[in-house]
Write a protein that binds this ligand. Structure first.
Ligand SMILES: C[S@@+](CC[C@H](N)C(=O)[O-])C[C@H]1O[C@@H](n2cnc3c(N)ncnc32)[C@H](O)[C@@H]1O
Length: 175
């Protein structure tokens, strides 16, 4: 698959780290047929997931989504739709989340407090939450757990060499 990167794209820190995150996200999403990828960037998760599921990718960076949409035309992939949207100001609400078998969430360091509050009120059964900040992840995980999700496993991916930062992938399922 060919992905034409836009100027200043967000990319995961290392190829090995990216592969580990993709593997974990694919495992959590499992056999879901319809997936929302929130904070999707250029499609690090949306594109591999599109081999087996329809994807709705949401992100505020228009050029990242344009690159994703172009790559998603690769023959053999399931349909991928894209939406330019500020998820801090306007998170997807419970009605919009209806019908997704799984949601992938990969916000910046600030986390996704507004979006997880909506997920906590939704009927989404499975969430793969990728985080580069343990503090905002813990805050958001508490909101999801209070909303009826069970957490676990949480997999650390040590992709920020020579730094105390850690990437996490958390699995949340409705109990
Ligand atoms: C940690 S990156 C993850 C990108 C992608 N999932 C990946 O792994 O390559 C976070 C993404 O969130 C996007 N973003 C930041 N603030 C946002 C907002 N308020 N609404 C929607 N997207 C936002 C950034 O442009 C960036 O692509």
């Amino acid at each position: 698959m060919k992905l034409n990167l836009p100027p200043h794209p967000f990319l995961q820190a290392t190829a090995e780290g990216e592969a580990a995150l993709q593997g974990e996200v694919l495992r959590i999403v499992g056999k879901a047929k319809s997936v929302a990828d929130l904070f999707a960037g250029v499609g690090t998760f949306a594109l591999p997931l599109a081999h087996k599921a329809r994807i709705h990718a949401v992100e505020q960076d228009k050029s990242a989504l344009a690159a994703l949409a172009e790559a998603a035309k690769t023959p053999g992939l399931k349909p991928v739709t894209t939406e330019v949207r500020d998820l801090f100001k306007l998170p997807l609400g419970p009605a919009e989340l209806k019908g997704y078998d799984a949601v992938v969430l990969d916000p910046p360091r600030a986390g996704a407090e507004g979006q997880v509050k909506m997920l906590a009120k939704s009927q989404v059964p499975v969430i793969a939450y990728v985080s580069c900040d343990a503090d905002s992840f813990a805050r958001d995980a508490a909101i999801l757990i209070a909303g009826g999700f069970k957490i676990g496993p949480v997999t650390p991916v040590d992709q920020f060499l020579w730094s105390s930062h850690i990437e996490l992938v958390g699995r949340f399922v409705r109990s």
